[in-house]
Design a protein around this ligand. Sequence first.
Ligand code: PBG
Length: 340
Amino acid sequence: MIPPTTEGETPIPAVAGPLLRPRRLRRTPGVRSLIAETSVEPRNLVLPLFVREGIDAPIPIGSMPGVVQHTRGTLLKAVTEAAEAGLGGVMLFGIPEHRDATGSCALDPTGILNLAITDVVAEVGDAITVMSDLCLDEFTDHGHCGVLTPDGRVDNDATLALYAEMARAHAHAGVDVVGPSGMMDGQVRVIREALDAANHTEVSVLAYSAKYASAFYGPFREAVDSTLDGDRRTYQQDPRNGREGVREALLDVEEGADIVMVKPALGYLDVVRAVREAVDVPVAAYNVSGEYAMVEAAAANGWIDREAAILESLTSIRRAGADIVLTYWALEATTLLQRR
Ligand code: PBG
């Protein structure tokens, strides 16, 4: 209703409706679905899984409700479920009973991760892509991703030689894809060459290319019983640098990476987008433990709609340009997506 005007004032003209109405395409679920730009499919998702040596029942991870350290037996059940749900892959992390300065259990063919790879591949074959974390931090007693110099610095080149051997051990165990996550300079090239020299030309490299020194890995450290004291800021990237993430990804492509990854995902969607535009290989993003724990904790308090927050998180990572999303919600997401 137009308010009465005082003598002499010009009346306000009736508002003409907007000519352009974006809301038209939001009117019904049908039209929203018709025009949706982004989708999340089970095949885009990779489920990270932890297997721990020397336990006979799964151990829950307190800071990651719903995630456990598996026994060798329960790991196989989890991988079978993942394959049946149509997930794109699983990423395996091993937690050994014994740790030492050089992470020797990582190279040992009877080490927990190598045994688990063989078990998993025998169980599911080509039904799902089997990936392995290629890094020493779970295997060293100091918790760093590489070996140390006598004065305690992470020794890049000495570490490369161990990564090369670890890659060969994983390939020998039957893995489809190795995921070097240690952020050593030159790691992709050394791993590619080691694989090729051992006739494992078919094994792919998913490089953790732009991996940031992030507080959001906190819960993961509990998941792998990390012994790290200090931080990884001399090898993982500074969160202030986006351009440098693109540089790291380009270097990895040059060194032979088949897939490049940005990690974490949600705080780094700008980097995901920039990397997607800079490279012509598939791009992955890792929805890390802290991103998982924040939603779970808020939901447990009744502060957030858990299922909607999960789907929105995964959708946002895909919208930013990730072809592949590593997420602890992978299995559950397949169910949520069907209901949507
Ligand atoms: C290192 C590695 C880490 C994660 C994956 N691989 C931890 C780190 O760099 O400290 C973190 C994953 C997560 O937080 O979900 N091997």
